[in-house]
Design a protein around this ligand. Structure first.
Ligand code: KIV
Length: 273
């Protein structure tokens, strides 16, 4: 994989310390989801800073309605697959719903599984309510990325994917979560579906980088779900830009293949032993 490769411009392994370094230099951070070795290797060769083994695997790969059915075993398997390919990117794995909320000990036991599978850091959802979990992980050597604003694992209580932090009180709550996550020791925080102005304010207040998704242009970095970015399904959230048409390219390839087999133009003697 050489086409589009950026690795010569950014050759060193991306490590947790580079998050703070990037923020201090004003370098934008890049993150994409990956659920398998093939896509992880492609994005790594392109020069992505971080690969997120997201619990969005539930919707994107398993075809489920939300992320709530994803288990720790699912995340361990995907993390193992993703971590076999990349040479440079930092691998971040999501702690899935039900595997960290009960206690710091539960969070640590679950996070250890992800680290053993190849994660360099874990991400968990929540602000003030998960500070003890974040402290426990960081004290015991596991870097944490927070995730606040719209948190998909709470979609039932939030009544679906909705912008969080509209209005003064709601904005204060998101800011309070951001500060709590930083003070607990997180290395960065994902801001999902928060108004651009609030994301900008949080980004200027925090010392740790903010990574936005549906959070406007002023965060320290950006994360997207890879299948949204390249239009695999014909639908994506309104805040996503399409950077490719991979769904259509696969459809064309599959159609050409079917036609070639049916018309007996493939395989030929050339493809034989
Ligand atoms: O699981 C995921 O893909 C995520 C992103 C939406 C940040 O958490």
């Amino acid at each position: 994989m050489t086409e589009g490769t950026n690795s010569t411009s950014r050759p060193r392994r991306f490590r947790i310390a580079h998050l703070a370094e990037a923020k201090s230099h004003g370098d934008k951070l890049t993150m994409l989801t990956a659920y398998d070795s093939m896509t992880a290797t492609i994005f790594d060769a392109a020069g992505i800073d971080m690969l997120l083994v997201g619990d969005s695997i539930g919707t994107t790969v398993f075809g489920e309605a939300n992320t709530l059915g994803v288990t720790l075993a699912d995340m361990v398997r995907a993390t193992k697959s993703v971590s076999t390919g990349p040479q440079r990117a930092l691998i971040v794995s999501d702690l899935p719903f039900g595997t960290y909320e009960t206690s710091p000990e539960q969070a640590f036991t679950s996070a250890v599984e992800l680290v053993r599978a190849g994660a360099n850091a874990v991400k968990l959802e929540g602000g003030v309510r998960v500070v003890d979990q974040i402290k426990k992980l960081v004290l015991n050597g596991i870097p944490v990325i927070g995730h606040i604003g719209f948190t998909p694992q709470s979609e039932n209580i939030l009544s679906g994917p909705r912008v969080q932090g509209r209005g003064d009180d709601a904005a204060d709550r998101v800011l309070e979560d951001a500060v709590a996550v930083q003070e607990a020791g997180a290395s960065a925080v994902v801001l999902e579906m928060v108004p651009a102005e609030l994301a900008s304010r949080i980004t200027s207040i925090l010392q740790i980088p903010t990574i936005g998704i549906g959070a406007g242009p002023d965060t320290d970095g950006q994360v997207l779900v890879w299948s949204d970015m390249v239009n695999m399904t014909g639908w994506q959230p309104s805040f996503v830009q399409r950077f490719g048409e991979v769904g259509a390219a696969l459809n064309t390839a599959a159609t050409d293949y079917i036609n070639a087999v049916k018309s007996k133009s493939f395989p030929t003697r050339e493809h034989s032993f």
